[in-house]
Design a protein around this ligand. Structure first.
Ligand code: 5GP
Ligand code: MG
Ligand code: MG
Length: 183
């Protein structure tokens, strides 16, 4: 796997230090109960597991399956809700977690849906935010790292389903990107 990585962008130690700070901040901002963390699968799974264990507050956990990418390098433009049911969010303070803010369509669409379902407040939290114009007016309330406008994998982020379990965020080699799927 490591051979497919051209460059490590953010290593484990730096991620861990940043998560400590983010969790502290979230703990300070949400002093009371009633917090519901919603993890967008599968990309935010690794990030959320590491972050939420550091948050010194009681919270409840839900997951949502949405898709905006279809295995490639570009966002597809439409956000699909893949679950049969939707979590009960009426009156809740939601902390919505995603891996990366790119065009902004995913967070925008999910936050809208949460508000439509009666959430009292929706706060957004991402590990990464790309430094690029957004298609939708959306900013994350908590951002781990701002990165350049390039395709990254690792720490939950995939390319064609792979590389999610890398402990760091990195950039793939051209060879790995161009390899036949399944090879
Ligand atoms: P947006 O809707 O903001 O364009 O995209 C958000 C989603 O696109 C993320 O949750 C993630 O699944 C995917 N995505 C965006 N940029 C990248 C990237 O650089 N690498 C990977 N692996 N996924 C990305
Ligand atoms: Mg995603
Ligand atoms: Mg993906």
């Amino acid at each position: 796997m490591r051979a497919d990585i051209e460059r490590i962008l953010i290593d484990e130690e730096i991620i861990e230090k940043r998560l400590d700070r983010m969790a502290e901040e979230i703990g300070r901002d949400f002093p009371q109960g009633n917090l519901l963390a919603i993890i967008l699968l599968k990309g935010a799974l690794v990030f959320a597991a590491d972050l939420l264990r550091r948050v010194p507050r009681q919270l409840e956990l839900e997951c949502l399956n949405v898709s905006s990418y279809h295995g490639g390098l570009e966002s597809s433009g439409t956000v699909k809700f893949l679950d049969r049911s939707f979590p009960e969010v009426r009156g809740r303070h939601v902390l919505l977690l995603d891996d990366i803010l790119d065009t902004g369509r995913t967070l925008h669409a999910v936050a809208e849906r949460l508000r439509a379902e009666g959430a009292q407040a929706v706060h957004t939290c991402v590990l990464l935010a790309k430094d690029r114009p957004r298609d939708q007016e959306v900013a994350a309330d908590y951002t781990g790292f701002v990165i350049g406008d390039e395709f990254v994998v690792g720490y939950g982020l995939d390319y064609r389903g792979r590389y999610r379990n890398l402990p760091y965020v990195g950039v793939l080699t051209r060879e790995a990107i161009e390899r036949e799927p399944g090879a």
